[in-house]
Ligand binder design. Structure first.
Ligand SMILES: Nc1ncnc2c1ncn2[C@@H]1O[C@H](COP(=O)(O)OP(=O)(O)OP(=O)(O)O)[C@@H](O)[C@H]1O
Length: 350
């Protein structure tokens, strides 16, 4: 049965792996009998605009070829809709695909799996699995940011043209708008490392983030946060970082929210409290196993709605900057339907 597929390609993903994968993936899908329309933008904003326009014309599925940033862009297009999403993970980190148990950096395996899922009779709907998404918007309902209706801080929009992006209106997550994310909303030490790493213009690859970690460690002071979970009491804490996990990992397998389950309608919120530099250096490697969660300075919460405020902190979602705190994140159950997931829990087990 022929399906209409939009292949949404980031040619820059994985240092050119996206560009190299596009043709073979399209060929495999076409050989399986599907009509494939490839959508590529010259940058993220144009890519999202073109993908939205293509989806509006009608499609059976959107398949994103890229890393977490590209998956994040695809979420801005199909999050909250019925359009099924496939991933061909060819990026650097690929944490969303990792959490979903999808093939990593193996475009042929990913495409073959997708052709299997697409091979159903015309009368049958495609089998797609609903998965939770986070949605983040600027401002909070009143813990330190401007309240609903007030002017919020400037926020960047990773999706370029996401409707109701984090910068759109304060408190807008409550009103059903915002920027979708699949993995982790990072804020604090880790987002400052990202900020600093992104400012290093030397061609050092991932090594620039190692340099950024050292520089941030030298300069680091605990950050005064205000946090409210599910509209409860406002907690004022000094913390190293607060990570809001829809999925368990970021940064290429760092399981900062190791217990996050992408089917339970809740975030795992990991708070790393005040910690010495020695502690941070000691605990840091354990994040790959998720065993950092046992450390006494780490607390773990579950919530569907998280309001965060702290001075001078830019938050990152799916690896891209999403705006300055204060922000509100909501977990939206089953907000996206993924193609090609195997049965079983998503997130924790991967
Ligand atoms: N033409 C383009 N189309 C889409 N995104 C683009 C484009 N050019 C640059 N980008 C930017 O590239 C960023 C990163 O892309 P992507 O996540 O696909 O690859 P990666 O960084 O190699 O992988 P990962 O995010 O998993 O580490 C995107 O968030 C987007 O902002």
């Amino acid at each position: 049965m022929t399906r209409e597929i939009i292949l949404f390609v980031n040619p820059t993903a994985g240092r050119g792996r996206g560009a190299r994968a596009a043709r073979p993936v399209a060929d495999l899908l076409r050989t399986a009998g599907h009509r494939v329309r490839t959508v590529v933008g010259k940058d993220a904003a144009e890519a999202v605009g073109k993908a939205r326009a293509a989806v509006a014309e009608g499609t059976d599925a959107l398949i994103a070829v890229g890393g977490d940033g590209m998956a994040g862009l695809a979420l801005q297009v199909v999050g909250g809709t019925e359009v099924p999403l496939g991933l061909v993970a060819v990026g650097t980190g690929n944490d969303l695909a990792r959490s979903l148990g999808l093939p990593l950096r193996d475009p042929r395996a990913a495409a073959l799996e997708l052709t299997r899922v697409l091979a159903v009779p015309a009368a049958e709907p495609l089998r797609a699995t609903p998965v939770d998404l986070g949605r983040v918007a600027a401002g909070t309902a009143g813990i330190g940011g401007p309240g609903p209706g007030a002017e919020g801080p400037e926020a960047t929009d990773p999706g370029g043209a996401a409707p109701g992006s984090a910068g759109a209106s304060p408190g807008s997550a409550a009103a059903g708008t915002g920027t979708w994310f699949g993995t982790v909303l990072a804020s604090g030490f880790d987002s400052r490392v990202n900020d600093r790493g992104n400012r290093i213009r030397l061609p050092l690859g991932r090594f620039k983030y190692d340099l950024a970690i050292l520089a941030e460690l030298a300069a680091f002071r605990p950050i005064p946060y205000r946090i409210r979970l599910d509209g409860g009491e406002v907690r004022e804490i000094e913390a190293t970082l607060v990570a809001v996990g829809n999925g368990p990992s970021y940064g290429g397998g760092m399981r900062i929210c190791a217990g996050a389950d992408m089917h339970d309608g809740l975030f795992q919120v990991t708070v790393v409290g005040e910690a010495s530099r020695t502690d941070l250096l000691r605990v840091f490697p354990r994040v790959y196993q998720g065993t950092h969660l046992d450390h006494p300075s780490v607390t773990v919460h579950r919530a569907a709605r998280v309001e965060l405020a702290a001075p001078g902190v830019t938050a990152y979602a799916d690896g891209d900057p999403v705006g300055a705190l204060p922000l509100t994140a909501e977990c939206v159950p089953g907000a996206v339907r993924f193609l090609g997931l195997r049965a079983g829990p998503v997130g924790r087990s991967s």
